[in-house]
Design a protein around this ligand. Sequence first.
Ligand code: DGL
Length: 255
Amino acid sequence: MNIGFFDSGIGGLSVLREALAAMPNEDYIYYGDSENAPYGTKTREAVRELTFNAVRFLAGHDIKALVVACNTATSAAVRDLRAKYDFPIVGMEPAIKPAVEKNSGSGKRVLTLATALTLKEKKFQSLVSKFDTKHIVDMLPAPKLVEFAEKFNFKGPEVESYLKEIMPDNIDQYGTLVLGCTHFPLFRKVLDEILPDGIDVIDGNRGTVHYLYDMLKAKNLLSPNTGKGHISFFKSGVQVRDRALIEKYEKIIYS
Ligand code: DGL
C-alpha cells in the first residue's frame, strides 16, 4: 500500500524528501495541486474544497496513511478530513514551540514565514497563544515565494530581491526564522545566503516525518519490503508522465 502525500503544488516534495530519507522502501503517491496553486491567498472555503477533492482522489489509490504536506490545507481542513477518513492523517504544524523555547531566554525574537491563510487561521493562532507567552513571535506572509517555487525558480536575482524586500529592517533582532509553508524550504540556500549569521532557519518537515514513522510503526503499517519503493506523481489528478517534469521533482526529493 502507498503513503499518500498532498500539497497545493510542489512544496510537499520538501516533506517527501525527508520521508524518503527515513523510509526509502515505502511506496509513495504524491499529489500536487499545481493547477490550483497557490492556496495561501484563497479563502478557507476554497482551500477546503480543493483539499477534499484531492484527498478523495488519493483515497481511491490504495493509501495506508496520508500526509497533508501543506500547512495551509492542514489549517483549513485536517480536522474534518480526520473525521471523514479511516486511514491515519498527518498534518503540518509550524515549528513555533521549538523556536520559542530556543529564543525565550536569549532576548531574540522569532519570525514566522507562512501563507496569509495559515497565519490567519484559528489553528495557527491557537498554537501561538499556547507557546508564545512572552510575545516574541512575529508573522510574515510571503506569497510570491510559492509562485517562484511553482516555476522551479529557487534562486537568482528575482528571488533574492523579493526576499530582501519583505524581510523586516531590524532582522538582527531575530534568532530563528520558522518556515511555516512547505514550499519555503526549497529556498533554504538563498535564505542562508541573505540572512545574517546567527539566525537559525527551521521547518517542521523532519518532525512531521518522525511522527509519521512512529505512527506507522505503532499501527504495524511499515512496509516489510527491503528494496527501494516506488513513487508516482499526480498533478491535479493527472498522472505526471512527462520525463522532464519528473526529473525536476526528483531533483528536489533526492537533493
Ligand atoms: N505549501 C503550502 C503550505 O505549506 C501552501 C502554499 C500555497 O499554495 O500558497 O502552506
